[in-house]
Design a protein around this ligand. Structure first.
Ligand code: ADP
Ligand code: MG
Length: 264
């Protein structure tokens, strides 16, 4: 079966700082190729600055690569504009570390979700209210919270609203960039459980980006490891976690905090 997402030899450079005559171009993403099957989750891991967000933004069409291609469901989507781009936006949604990106501080949170339904003309105007309530329930929120302002929710609840807004357009792929990194440990676990429920129930594919290999272990079918813009290892979660091939992956594995083994 053809992959849902196929990234081939993608490169994105940025001008590094310094005076104009000495300015260098740094490859934030350097010749990266990967693919994600329908309903599968790829964990994309690497330390801060390794190029994960840049790659995610190129996949989402929020950044334009210098070269290489992003093929979504058989169509090249880099360079798409206007209505063609809009049609793909609906099918490919982001969730960011900071939920404020998808929430307007002045609006009750239900309106932010409703707005996503309006934007993509999902359902009839009459049944969008019911759909909004369903989306709240889907992400484990009491629909009564829809009338609250985002400041009146906890960080975990706000991230759940952002996930509901991302789900509104019934996407086939969600690119989640450090979606639990800003949350307290106990809340992280709850939101990770929500991601696992969504994978199971909705068949959505995910690119799950995190600097924490311990987080992707639980949510990923496959893992890709990046450092300095380069993908150094790709494999099934089991292979990468238990039989890593690259030294950098071993370094990341060694850094995962583990609870001490219980004494018997
Ligand atoms: P990660 O998400 O893994 O932390 P990023 O993709 O954010 O990494 O960044 C990768 C590299 O690209 C970093 O060196 C960063 O400074 C650089 N970079 C990212 N975005 C920009 C930008 N808009 N302008 C200039 N440099 C950027
Ligand atoms: Mg990042």
């Amino acid at each position: 079966m053809a992959d849902l997402l196929r990234v081939t030899q993608l490169t994105k450079t940025y001008a590094a700082g310094g005076p104009p005559w000495a300015r260098r171009h740094v490859a934030a993403v350097n010749d990266v190729s990967l693919s994600v099957g329908r309903g599968r989750t790829l964990g994309l891991v690497g330390e801060s600055g390794s190029g994960k967000s840049t790659l995610g933004r190129c996949i989402l069409g929020l950044a334009t690569p210098d070269s290489g291609s992003v093929i979504f469901d058989g169509t090249e989507i880099t360079g798409l504009r206007g209505p063609a781009l809009r049609a793909f936006r609906r099918r490919l949604q982001p969730v960011f570390q900071d939920p404020w990106g998808s929430l307007d501080p002045r609006w009750p949170v239900g309106r932010s979700v409703r707005e996503a339904l309006d934007c993509y003309r999902i359902g009839t105007p009459a049944d969008r209210m019911a759909r909004t309530r369903d989306l709240f329930a889907r992400v484990g929120l009491d629909p009564a919270l829809a009338s609250r302002l985002p400041t009146h929710l906890s960080g975990g609840q706000r991230q759940r609203v952002a996930i509901a807004a991302a789900l509104a357009s019934e996407p086939e792929l969600i690119v989640a960039d450090e979606p639990v990194s800003a949350l307290d440990m106990s809340v992280q676990a709850q939101v990770l459980n929500l991601f696992m429920d969504l994978q199971r129930d909705l068949g959505v594919a995910f690119v799950f980006i995190t600097h924490d290999l311990g987080v992707v272990e639980h949510v990923s079918d496959d893992i890709a490891v990046m450092t300095r813009g380069v993908l150094v290892e790709q494999g099934t979660t089991d292979q990468v976690m238990h039989a890593p091939r690259h030294d950098y992956t071993r370094t990341l594995l060694a850094a995962i905090p583990r609870l001490p083994e219980p004494q018997s």
